[in-house]
Structure formats: structure tokens, C-alpha cells
Write a protein that binds this ligand. Structure first.
Ligand SMILES: *Cc1c(COP(=O)(O)O)cnc(C)c1O
Length: 358
């Protein structure tokens, strides 16, 4: 046997949330939107010209870039698109994090960041969130090779005020600061206005959560034209045709329907606030979430025990074992009806197990 294994890039991959496929399940484990995409998306897919699929798509995905730019009041050269924000973020790590100094991101955050850092051999450090799961901005006022954090943070749902973000960007003008705004549309102020003032800021968003299109894979980055050009240079050195014809057309239809977008985000916010009230009545505690999920712990019931009990009823939530997150469940906000079924089950379970007094 030869030594071929010595020269292989060995990585520990990211573990995505489970994708069970039952008809009667309540799926609250991967922060998908419970509502369908905008009606225009169905229309586009129904009218797909399959004959055109023999042709390569537009490598610049100009139609989609233009539609996103229009929606956010930007020029086309301030927009980069990719295959979900995971693709956009991976390209951004590759493009912007090339220092010998460590990049910084919180100890509790999106668990893909350390995977990309390991994959691309980028040194990193993880300043700890405070005891209320809040980012301490001062932790980011030191020498580093770049900064990334989600706002609101995942899986905590806690958001950072725009003034704190500006402080972090202001203190770090020699590196790139990336704000991952996967959940920003559920009630957090976007850092987007700051891109006109700071060349070193990249704002990343996705169609997967607030636009109900996780299955289509569309993400985008907004920044000054120079940063977007650097991102495109790396993209064209890796894979020219990231965006397929169908997702370009469907993405344009989704972004154009602002009314539907606001309506569905509004419903999720309303259901989130209702769910918070119900969870508190049942003995749960959590920080104020501004995302489409709640990261909650119970005063008496261990998270893993409840996670298993829910699973047996085909109610799926996310559980991150170990460390500071090990007694919490991340519960995605579904429809009002799904959340009622969830809350009713939890209430009965806690009563039956004698874990809460009613
Ligand atoms: C869901 C999520 C993403 C990636 O979503 P895509 O489906 O790849 O667009 C990125 N960052 C955070 C924090 C997320 O929760």
C-alpha cells in the first residue's frame, strides 16, 4: 500500500440539520420559512423553457444582480450572487481572509465558520459571547486578519445594534468585516447603509429564510464595487457558472414581490412573539430573539430529553449538544398552527413528567 493518504486534504465537515421526509411532520429544525415562495416564482417555474437548458447560463447572472440592486437602491457593481449564502460566504473567506493573523468570530455562532477556516487553513480565534449570549464589541478591537459574525447571531437570535457594528467596522479598517445577515429581515436593522461609508464592509444575505427559497439556493453579498470585483475574480477562478438559469429567473421573480415578502415576514414575527409568550408560561427562558427561531432552555427539563420526546411525535427542532448550548433547543418559527401543536405537546409533556406546575 502506498502513502497516498498523506497528501489528502482532510477536513471535518459541517453537519447540516436533519432533513426528514414525512408527510405529517412539523419541521422546526433548520430555520426554513413555513410559507411558499412568492406566487411569481411558481409562474416562472411553470413557464420554464427547458430547451434553453442546453445553453450555459449568464456567468454574471446580470438579471438577478440587477433585480437585487434595484430592490436595495444600489448599483449593479455593488452586488455579488452565489449558490446560497454558504457559497457566497465560502468565496468570501477565500477572497478576504488571507492574513497570517487570526480572523475573529464568536465562540457561539454559525458552525460553518470554523469549518471554512479549517478548510482554507485560515487561523482563527473565537471571543466568547457574554453570559447573556451577547457579542462584546470590545473583543473585536484588536489586531486580526478579518471579522465575521451573523446579525442576528445564530443560533442565539440575539442582534447587535447598528451603532455597535459601525464601531467594529470603524476599529478595523485594515481588514474586511463581514456581517452575515441571514435573519436580518425578521426585525433587525441591516448594516447595508454603512457600505457607502466603509469600503471594508461586506453584507451577506440569503433567499433561504425570509424569501422561502432554501431549496433554490440563492445568496448575495452587498459592498463597494472594489470588494465585489475581488469576489468575482475569485469566483471566476473557481467556477464561472455558479447560478443556473432556473434560479436566476426564480430569484428575480421572488425579489420583485416586495408585498408578499413583507406580509410573510410580518406573519413570522407575529407568530414568534406569540410563541415567546407561550414558552415563558411553560417555564422556558431565552434571550430576545430577532430571528425566525427561538433559542430556549427550560428551568427543569433537560433539552435533550425534550428534543427526543418531540422527535418521537415527528416534531423536529435543533439540538446542539455540549458546551454552553447543550441545554438549549433552537426552535424555528413555523405557521401559527404548527406552533400551537408544538406548544400543546410541550405543555402536556411537562405536565405528564411533572416538570412544571400549572
Ligand atoms: C442559514 C444560514 C446561512 C446559509 O444559508 P444559505 O441557505 O446557504 O443561504 C448562512 N448563515 C447563517 C447564519 C445561516 O443561519
Amino acid at each position: 500500500m502506498g502513502n497516498w493518504e498523506n497528501n489528502i486534504r482532510k477536513v471535518v465537515p459541517y453537519t447540516p440539520g436533519e432533513q426528514p421526509n414525512q408527510t405529517d411532520m412539523i419541521k422546526l429544525n433548520t430555520n426554513e420559512n413555513p410559507y411558499p415562495p412568492a406566487p411569481g416564482v411558481t409562474e416562472v417555474l411553470r413557464n420554464t423553457d427547458t430547451d434553453a437548458l442546453r445553453l450555459y447560463p449568464d456567468p454574471a447572472a446580470k438579471d438577478l444582480v440587477h433585480a437585487i440592486a434595484g430592490e436595495y437602491g444600489l448599483q449593479d457593481d455593488q452586488v455579488f450572487v452565489g449558490v446560497g449564502s454558504d457559497d457566497v460566504l465560502a468565496m468570501s473567506f477565500l477572497t478576504f481572509f488571507n492574513s497570517e493573523k487570526p480572523i475573529l468570530f464568536p465562540d457561539i455562532t454559525y458552525s460553518f465558520y470554523d469549518v471554512w477556516a479549517e478548510l482554507f487553513r485560515i487561523p482563527y480565534e473565537r471571543p466568547a459571547l457574554d453570559e447573556h449570549f451577547h457579542i462584546k464589541k470590545e473583543d473585536y478591537f484588536r489586531e486580526n486578519g478579518g471579522i465575521i459574525f451573523p446579525n442576528p447571531n445564530a443560533p442565539t437570535g440575539v442582534s447587535l445594534p447598528l451603532s455597535d457594528i459601525e464601531d467594529i467596522v470603524e476599529h478595523n479598517q485594515d481588514v474586511i468585516v463581514i456581517v452575515d445577515e441571514a435573519y436580518v429581515d425578521f426585525g433587525t436593522q441591516s448594516a447595508l447603509p454603512l457600505i457607502e461609508k466603509y469600503e471594508n464592509l461586506l453584507v451577506v444575505q440569503t433567499f433561504s429564510k425570509s424569501r422561502s427559497m432554501a431549496g433554490m439556493r440563492i445568496g448575495f453579498a452587498l459592498a463597494c464595487p472594489k470588494l465585489i470585483k475581488y469576489l468575482n475574480d475569485v469566483k471566476y477562478s473557481f467556477n464561472s457558472y455558479t447560478m443556473n438559469r432556473t434560479s436566476i429567473a426564480a430569484g428575480v421573480a421572488a425579489i420583485k414581490d416586495q408585498e408578499y415578502f413583507l406580509e410573510t415576514c410580518g406573519k413570522i414575527i407575529e407568530t414568534r412573539e406569540w410563541t415567546k409568550k407561550e414558552l415563558r408560561k411553560l417555564g422556558f427562558y431565552f434571550e430576545e430573539s430577532k430571528a425566525n427561531f427561538i433559542f430556549a432552555a427550560h428551568k427543569n427539563c433537560p433539552a435533550e430529553k425534550l428534543f427526543q420526546a418531540l422527535r418521537e411525535q415527528y416534531i423536529y427542532v435543533r439540538y446542539f449538544p455540549g458546551g454552553r448550548t447543550g441545554n438549549h433547543l433552537r426552535i424555528t418559527i413555523g405557521t401559527r398552527n404548527e406552533m400551537e401543536v408544538f406548544i400543546n405537546f410541550v405543555r402536556e409533556y411537562l405536565r405528564k413528567e411533572n416538570l412544571w406546575k400549572f
